[in-house]
Design a protein around this ligand. Structure first.
Ligand code: PLP
Length: 427
């Protein structure tokens, strides 16, 4: 994509031509002085979620009490699953909203390892989200240390070579567990190719979609993916700590067995039988009573994304990440920045990482600036990445321009030197 100049007028023109521009009004944006580029960690609040939740609390819980489950709440995890299925190319009965992403990985990875008892290798990469790696390490410990976790490393700290994956999959590989879009560099795997590589040697393939669902088009069925997990509070705007989702391909649902035999995983929970008989469908991957209030908030948020459509969202996301990279090349590379994200749009998700020796203090200066300076919220990821989440439902080209212009000033005027390297609890 070619941009003719770095003037703000170009950003305004791109906003004026943006067919998704009106979606920004669907979100609560109360501070015109704040540019939010962290929707890849916690999506903004959709305005419609406010009344939706008021109704869920006052009318549904408040007035209907226990009857609310039979009014429809009992179906919420699969109804939301069916909506997410449209975003990720799955059948409606292959996805369930339940627990946290980490817990779903625990359940599905154990299910996979137990389905291939004679194999001992788990393949992942050094880009994977640490929680995913910790869960896999914990599983190895729990199962008696029979398995070995093989982590593919990157040669350029930005991307992973598909050949390195292929070379490391063999007849001992049980499970290939990877994150589709890397949380730090935004590198995106070729899902189809890697899944095929896993299947060629008889391994099961699990994708973590936390940084790709709602950000890039995904087609789990077309790629013949076995298992997947993902977050709803990032690009899906489901709210802080909203429950996650899991996907199990239809033909595997009955074959695999997850390890947490809670009553909601049973065939007939309300028979209160003393012995566990697992459900034969996706319900077998549930555990206990779902956290309904946080789950409800996912619903109106998903409708907005479905309305915008993944094709249009991806098109705008690429245009915006390209624009950010264009401005960074012009303004920031001369100031010591370098790109920490693949240059090729097809290899990149919907965020951009810029690297600088002073990234931490620059991030603090961006977040803690006072008016009249504009405030910008990206996030910092060690050792030296500033991550800019592009969420095309509400990010504007003008905001990208203003944010990068602000970074330029912070570095040129050494404003970051007013801040220390002291770490905060959540960054
Ligand atoms: C955000 C994220 C998670 C978060 O897991 P939780 O259990 O919700 O805390 C897991 N995996 C990836 C790849 C993520 O980006």
């Amino acid at each position: 994509m070619n941009f003719s100049n770095t003037d703000i007028s170009l950003a305004r023109k791109l906003d004026a031509q943006d067919e998704l521009a009106s979606f920004r009004d669907e979100f609560l944006i109360d501070d015109p002085n704040l540019i939010y580029l962290d929707g890849n960690s916690l999506g903004r609040l959709p305005k419609c979620s406010i009344n939706f939740m008021r109704n869920a609390i006052e009318e549904e819980w408040g007035k209907r009490l226990i009857q609310v489950w039979n009014d429809g709440w009992v179906n919420t995890p699969t109804e939301l699953g069916a909506k997410i299925a449209k975003l990720v190319g799955a059948h409606p009965d292959e996805i369930l909203v339940t627990e946290a992403t980490s817990i779903n990985l625990f359940k599905l990875a154990i299910a996979a390892l137990q389905a291939r008892p004679n194999r001992t290798e788990i393949l992942s990469d050094e880009f994977n989200f640490p929680s995913d790696l910790y869960i896999l390490q914990g599983i190895i410990d729990l199962l008696g240390k029979k398995h070995h976790l093989n982590l593919i490393s990157s040669t350029d700290s930005i991307s992973i070579d598909a050949e390195d994956i292929e070379k490391n999959i063999n007849e001992k590989t049980t499970l290939v567990s990877l994150t589709h879009v890397a949380f730090k560099s935004a590198f995106m795997y070729d899902m189809k190719k890697v899944t095929e590589q896993a299947h060629k040697s008889g391994a099961l393939m699990l994708w973590d979609l936390s940084h790709s669902v709602g950000a890039v088009p995904i087609d789990l069925n077309a790629c013949k993916v076995d298992l997947a997990i993902g977050c709803t509070y990032k690009y899906l705007n489901g709210g802080p700590g909203a429950p996650a989702f899991l996907y199990v391909r239809r033909d595997l649902q009955k074959e695999l067995s997850q390890p947490m035999w809670g009553w909601f995983a049973a065939e007939k929970p309300f028979d209160f039988d003393l012995n566990f008989t697992p459900a034969s469908d996706i319900f077998r991957y549930r555990v206990g009573t779902p956290p309904m209030l946080s789950m409800k908030a996912i619903d109106p948020a998903l409708d907005i994304i479905l309305d915008a459509g993944m094709t249009r969202l991806r098109k705008k996301s690429i245009a915006q990440t390209e624009y950010l990279i264009f401005l960074a090349d012009k303004w920031l590379n001369p100031l010591g920045f370098r790109l920490g994200t693949p240059r090729k749009a097809a290899l990149r998700g919907s965020h951009v990482s810029l690297r600088h020796l002073e990234s931490f203090r620059i991030t603090r200066a961006l977040i803690e600036s006072h008016p009249p300076a504009i405030r910008v919220i990206p996030d910092f990821r060690a050792p030296d990445n500033i991550r800019f989440g592009i969420t095309p439902l509400y990010t504007t080209f003008t905001e990208i321009h203003q944010a990068l212009a602000r970074i330029k000033i912070i570095v040129e005027d050494k404003i970051y030197e007013e801040y220390t390297n002291e770490q905060l609890a959540i960054t």
